[in-house]
Design a protein around this ligand. Structure first.
Ligand SMILES: Nc1nc2c(ncn2[C@@H]2O[C@H](COP(=O)(O)OP(=O)(O)OP(=O)(O)O)[C@@H](O)[C@H]2O)c(=O)[nH]1
Ligand SMILES: [Mg+2]
Length: 461
């Protein structure tokens, strides 16, 4: 399954199903987030509908009344049929009561009095089984997506590097495979129901399996290369920026490394790890990596496929948890970040909570947050003073990890002094008659290496 690149703008109707496990603010925030995901794909959200049900297991996902109502909004192109078996689960999934959810929705998204036939795409804020997806598509006569399908599509479109493309394609094929199997028997029905997007239906299961195997082999070799590169850098102090999508990680990366890493008001703007040196530079160099952002209900395959990207976070000496402190749901977003990092085995070495976008908060709000998170740092990527403060924090933390040593260097080995200055922090220089005494701070490995070189120089004399 892949979204079709239609010339005209897709008009999306979003559907939220509230269950006893998923309701209230959580459902509202999730729907608002789905609206942003869908907008990131270039769709226009024309409205939202919600229904209270005891589960999302119904054959047609929604109750028949609601389905007819939605069919009205999609131009009645499909055919709403009687449900034979109301529920896929053992316990009956009774329709409880319709409700309109939308207190926190962006104000430009209409939720009531939608015009007739205004939607040509319907997006559910939950995961649908392949058969549910097909049933609903047949009944509504328009393309239907679930949350995972939308997230995977965004990842596919935003993947730039070879690793990201491989990882996303593996996740996409894993998502597509069961849908191909389910739809192949009913191709004709499906094609009657919708006009485009069937290219993947022609792929048979074996082709998908072979393709997956090829991609996985290729990924292993790319990961091997990446590991090699990481090992080369392993002596340097590494900082990783981690956090929810749109928290401001790439903007922070750009600010503290003086680089041109893109920061965009799009969800999942960054899908691969970028590594840059902290700027203004210090000796030894400190590396900073920007990582993929997270989201609630991140498809499991995507989490698994991003293991290698997150390996940077795995090896980091300091993790900066960047949150958008101006987003009322940042606490639950932070929980998601912790969960995903735990799932991929990232254990915190040192960490700092960065309460970003402080420019969007009043002084009172900032004070309340600092009282709640006394160890955090409040920042705005737009405030140079905050960037300097974070830069200094990183340098100080890196310094704590370093040790100091003294080296006696004869003037005859002058070249080595330049090398030391360009790769280590020289804290004291004492000039004697025949040599220079340098007090140097650096990591243990580099100091050990320098000691060996000095012994060789001594031996050659
Ligand atoms: N007001 C304000 N906006 C910010 C700040 N930092 C970043 N932004 C904006 O927030 C949006 C997202 O920023 P990014 O840096 O792309 O966020 P990200 O965490 O890298 O997002 P993903 O790559 O999707 O994970 C952009 O529009 C930025 O301009 C800040 O301190 N204040
Ligand atoms: Mg980013």
């Amino acid at each position: 399954m892949q979204l079709t690149a239609k010339a005209s703008l897709n008009h999306a109707l979003l559907i939220s199903i509230c269950t006893p496990q998923f309701k209230g603010d959580e459902a509202t925030e999730s729907l608002a987030e789905l609206a942003r995901l869908v907008t990131t794909l270039g769709f226009k959200v024309v409205g939202t509908q919600s229904q209270k049900l005891s589960s999302t297991n119904k054959v047609n996902v929604l109750g028949l009344g609601k389905l007819a109502e939605i069919a009205h909004l999609t131009g009645n192109k499909g055919e709403v049929e009687e449900e034979e078996n109301d529920d896929l689960s053992q316990d009956s999934s009774k329709e409880i009561k319709d409700e309109t959810l939308l207190t926190n929705m962006p104000s430009d998204i209409p939720s009531e009095n939608l015009p007739f036939a205004c939607a040509d795409v319907v997006v559910f804020d939950c995961d649908l089984s392949p058969s549910q997806l097909r049933n609903v598509e047949n009944q509504l006569g328009v393309e239907v997506f679930d949350r995972t399908g939308i997230i995977i599509e965004i990842f596919s479109r935003h993947a730039r590097t070879k690793t990201a493309k491989l990882q996303v394609e593996i996740a996409r094929l894993n998502y597509v495979a069961p849908r191909l199997r389910e739809t192949s028997s009913g191709d004709r029905d499906r094609q009657m129901g919708k006009g485009a997007g069937e290219t993947n239906l022609e792929l048979n299961r074996r082709a998908v399996r072979d393709q997956l195997a090829d991609l996985k082999r290729e990924l292993v070799s790319v990961q091997h290369e990446m590991k090699g590169r990481r090992t080369q850098r392993s002596e340097l102090f590494c900082v990783a920026l981690v956090g929810y999508t749109n928290a401001g990680k790439s903007s922070m990366m750009r600010a503290i490394t003086g680089s041109d890493v893109e920061g965009e008001n799009k969800l999942f703007a960054t899908l691969d790890t970028t590594v840059r040196a902290l700027y203004p530079t210090v000796q030894p160099r400190i590396l900073v990596s920007d990582t993929v952002g997270f989201i609630k209900k991140l498809p499991h395959d995507l989490v698994a496929s991003f293991h290698s990207t997150l390996a940077e976070a795995h090896d980091a000496s300091l993790l900066l948890y960047v949150v958008d402190a101006s987003d009322p749901s940042f606490r639950s977003q932070l929980d998601v970040v912790h969960e995903v990092l735990e799932e991929v085995g990232v254990e915190d070495s040192k960490k700092l909570l960065v309460l970003n976008k402080s420019d969007q908060l009043s002084t009172e709000e900032q004070q309340a947050l600092m009282a709640e998170f006394p160890d955090a740092m409040m920042t705005s990527t737009r405030n140079p003073a905050d960037i300097s403060k974070l830069h200094q924090y990183i340098v100080n933390t890196a310094q704590e990890e370093m040790i100091e040593d003294e080296f006696i260097i004869p003037y005859t080995a002058k070249g080595i002094i330049g090398e030391i200055r360009s790769s280590m922090s020289v804290t004291k220089e004492e000039y004697e008659y025949s040599h220079i005494k340098l007090t140097v701070r650096s990591n243990a490995i580099d100091l050990e290496r320098l000691k060996k070189r000095m012994l060789n120089i001594e031996a050659d004399k």
